[in-house]
Design a protein around this ligand. Structure first.
Ligand code: FAD
Ligand code: SIN
Length: 535
């Protein structure tokens, strides 16, 4: 039994854990090594108003424009205003952001931002944050981290004899992937900080952990999820078949490269972004990714090029050391050669619906970070607003959670693996996994149509039936848990995409190519599976 159960050890989970630790026992579970997270790979940085010539109003307007009419303005304003305070807390916990010659922060710029306001640590900001937070909580007497522990499902009122009608969370069933034992972890408060779901697509910037577990678990527990049609494809990922790992993970070329003057060019050398948007290469990601997609379809080429060769070598090596070195490994000298790039799935703007304190529609359950949908991002997240949202909302969830310490937890049944046996056909998992990711890439990508979405819906239903059968007959493994969650998230993305009969932000469909005033609303799905986890 723990006071605070934190599922996930990226920026949101760690920030929350450090914020509640003075008030009770904290247990963090994380499915691989504790540093494995999307956070670790963040490059560009964290957006916050820190410069004298910048203003909250300007950051608010940039966020609203990027969100294409769907941001919740109240939450946008409040998150942006709280940003500098949370950034100072990160600095107090040891994060070292890059500084310029005058010892003031070297603020970067990215698409959609009208000011330089991105705090960064070179081009490895996420790694600097993740390392500092993990160091800060090491040896904290109230915090325990359990690596290689995967949450299988949230424990809810349906697992108990409770008579409440309201969905309520009492902790989680958690698989220790080293001992293969499923633990029951009761908790007064549970925070979902499980990140995004990039792995539902064939090509993604996300590491392997991003399989949408939190979104799927919350939905099964009865929580509302929303806006999952708004999947952000990052426009500039290194194009080189050798740069993709066996899971389709591609290396990101930070948008900060465009912020420092990088120009997108066709193979012929022609710059094309001004044909699509008056902001040119600093257009927001939805527009830039679609422009690249259109140019590639027109030309039949495999990639476009990001050209930063006009900048001095010294500057590029200092500002983008990771990008410089990684490209060099693939034989590209970014100081003399344009970088071949393509879009790939990057970020989920939708997720588990929370209020402004991080509370979900399930009692005792909070969500923060990429897993959540707060209303900040609307139909298209502004660059570097994700880390900002994560720290502000983790802090708020922490402030709210500490008022739950008198919660009583009923007696909880242990996990029961029932008639399940060990799978002798692990290959089936790999095949289904591959099929879902290809299906999503081909039919639910940057450009959609009714027909493709319907086809995806039919196929995902068949796959989900197969996965469900497999799940109930087989002892749980990490891969099976992720497959089940990927299939659920894929279904939810497709359902949301079918529901939105217009094109807005990241959702673009040839059948409804314009925005509709009737659709200025979130796509909200409430749900719960037909039977609870085994118990
Ligand atoms: P994550 O950092 O992804 O952490 C999720 C955690 O949950 C992990 O520890 C994972 O192991 C754990 N977990 C998941 N499922 C389970 C489970 N079932 N059981 C137990 N543990 C589980 N955003 C910006 O604002 N600025 C940037 O510069 C930027 N650059 C990016 C670059 C890349 C390459 C990528 C991929 C993303 C980038 N983003 C950026 C987005 C941003 O990094 C993420 O949205 C953010 O880090 C998410 O933080 P999080 O704490 O919500 O989740
Ligand atoms: C990047 O560095 O381009 C990623 C920034 C982000 O996802 O916000």
């Amino acid at each position: 039994m723990t006071d605070f159960l934190v599922i996930g050890s990226g920026i949101a989970g760690l920030y929350y854990a450090l914020s509640v630790a003075a008030h009770g026992k904290v247990t963090i579970i994380t499915k691989r090594d504790r540093g494995d997270s999307n956070t670790k790979y963040a490059q560009g940085g964290i957006a916050a108003v820190m410069a004298g010539n910048d203003s909250f109003e300007s950051h608010v307007q940039d966020t609203l424009i990027s969100g294409d009419g769907l941001c919740h303005e109240t939450i946008v304003r409040s998150i942006i205003q709280e940003g500098p305070e949370r950034v100072r807390q990160l600095i107090d916990w040891g994060v070292r952001f890059s500084k310029g010659e005058t010892n003031s922060f070297d603020l970067g710029r990215e698409g959609g931002h009208t000011h330089r306001r991105i705090l960064h640590a070179g081009d490895a900001t996420g790694n600097a944050i993740e390392t500092a937070l993990l160091t800060e909580l090491e040896n904290h007497p109230n915090i325990t981290i359990l690596d290689h522990h995967v949450a299988v499902d949230l424990i809810t009122e349906r697992h108990t004899h409770s008579t409440t009608d309201s969905p309520t969370c009492y902790g989680a069933y958690v698989l220790n992937t080293r001992s293969n034992e499923v633990l029951t972890i009761p908790a007064k408060v549970t925070l979902l900080a499980t990140g995004g779901a990039g792995k539902v697509y064939l090509y993604t910037t996300n590491p392997d952990i991003a399989s949408g577990d939190g979104m799927a678990m919350a939905w099964r527990a009865g929580a509302q999820v929303s806006n999952l049609e708004f999947v952000q494809f990052h426009p500039t990922c290194l194009y080189n078949p050798l740069s993709q790992d066996e899971h389709g993970k591609t290396f990101l070329i930070s948008e900060a490269v465009r912020g420092e003057g990088g120009i997108l060019r066709l193979k012929s050398g022609e710059a094309f972004m001004h044909n699509y948007d008056s902001r040119g290469d600093l257009a927001t990601r939805d527009i830039t990714a679609r422009a690249i997609d259109q140019e590639l379809k027109k030309s039949g080429e495999a990639c476009v090029y990001l050209d930063i060769t006009h900048k001095p070598r010294d500057f590029l090596q200092k500002r983008f050391p990771t990008i410089y070195n990684t490209c060099a490994q693939f034989g590209i000298d970014i100081t003399t050669q344009p970088i071949p790039v393509v879009p790939a799935a990057h970020y989920f703007c939708g997720g588990v619906v929370t209020d402004q304190t991080g509370a979900t529609s399930v009692c005792n359950l909070f969500a923060a970070g990429e897993v959540a949908c707060t209303g900040l991002h609307g139909a298209n997240r502004l660059a570097s607003n994700s880390l900002l949202e994560a720290v502000v909302m983790a802090h708020r969830a922490a402030q709210n959670s500490i008022t739950y310490l008198n919660n009583k937890i009923p007696s909880l049944p242990d996990w029961n693996s029932g008639p399940a046996t060990t799978a002798d056909e692990q290959v089936v998992i790999a095949h289904n996994w591959d099929e879902i990711r290809r299906l999503m890439w081909n039919y639910v990508g940057i450009v959609r149509t009714n027909k493709r979405l319907q086809r995806a819906a039919t196929r995902i239903q068949a796959l989900r039936d197969e996965v469900r059968e497999f799940y109930w007959q087989t002892c749980v493994t990490s891969d099976l848990i992720e497959l089940r969650n990927l299939a659920t998230v894929a279904k939810l993305v497709i359902d949301c995409a079918i529901a939105r009969k217009e094109s807005r932000g990241l959702h673009y469909t040839l059948d409804h190519p314009h925005k509709s005033n009737e659709q200025v609303k979130d796509t909200v799905i409430a749900g719960r599976a037909s039977k609870p986890s085994r118990q």
